[in-house]
Design a protein around this ligand. Sequence first.
Ligand code: ZN
Length: 297
Amino acid sequence: MSWLTNFVLPKIRAVVSKKDVPDNLWKKCPGCEQMLFHRELEANLDVCRNCGCHLRVGAVRRLEILFDDSSFSRIELPKTAADPLRFRDRRRYADRLKEAQAAHGPGNDAVVVAHGRIGGRQAVVAAFEFGFMGGSMGVAAGEALLAAARLAVLQEAGLIVVPASGGARMQEGVLSLMQMPRTIIAADMVKEAGLPYIVLLTDPTTGGVSASFAMVGDITLAEPGAVIGFAGARVIEETIHEKLPEGFQRAEYLFDHGMVDMVVPRGELRETIGRVLGLLREPQRPEVAAPPTPEAP
Ligand SMILES: [Zn+2]
């Protein structure tokens, strides 16, 4: 065995890795497997020109795509206790957190909150970073959504939440499950203030996230092809012993079944959200509401 692992494996790896394409130049489209040039992909908002596949984007990139002129101000989020349960699976949770924070900035977690303007209207956006432990929702994510809701109420702005998450953060056990009612409270705060609460479902939105704040938007938008569901399709198939229909748990399927209001291509998101914010904030049309005034003689 040691001969295999010490001698043969490194040789194989050396041969294979030579054929690898550098990450920073080309990206393989997960939809059509075509190699896409990084800069071209970025110019097209990370949407494949060949098949229209919407690639996953990070939280900060998401904010750039949504806000007018890609201009926004991030807010500092409340500090939360790291590893409150001293959890350990194959590795310590504290180590996993440290590693994720090394990649995404110290003190950061899976949600980024910023404010600015969308379609000229004041808006607060809470965007999930899937790259941070699968965008999992722990105490920090719950705090971030509450902070976003408070800010929206303070600024009398609409709140747009963009989940990209596998669900609750299992390393925080019951504390992560408690974020489900807490994030519902955050959504309610915005609604009770009479402000728009919009959810933009992106790939993937599953587990405890899809079972809480992500499904209670005044308006629910989704990106094309996004996987949206609670349990995974394979688990459902194995449980009910039935083949699931084509496109099950995809944004278009949810739209067809009334769970999503609009499936919006990434390039039209800013304009669409701006329009929805406008409709929800200024529902009366003066030209229709005003009675005809007779001409003075
Ligand atoms: Zn493609």
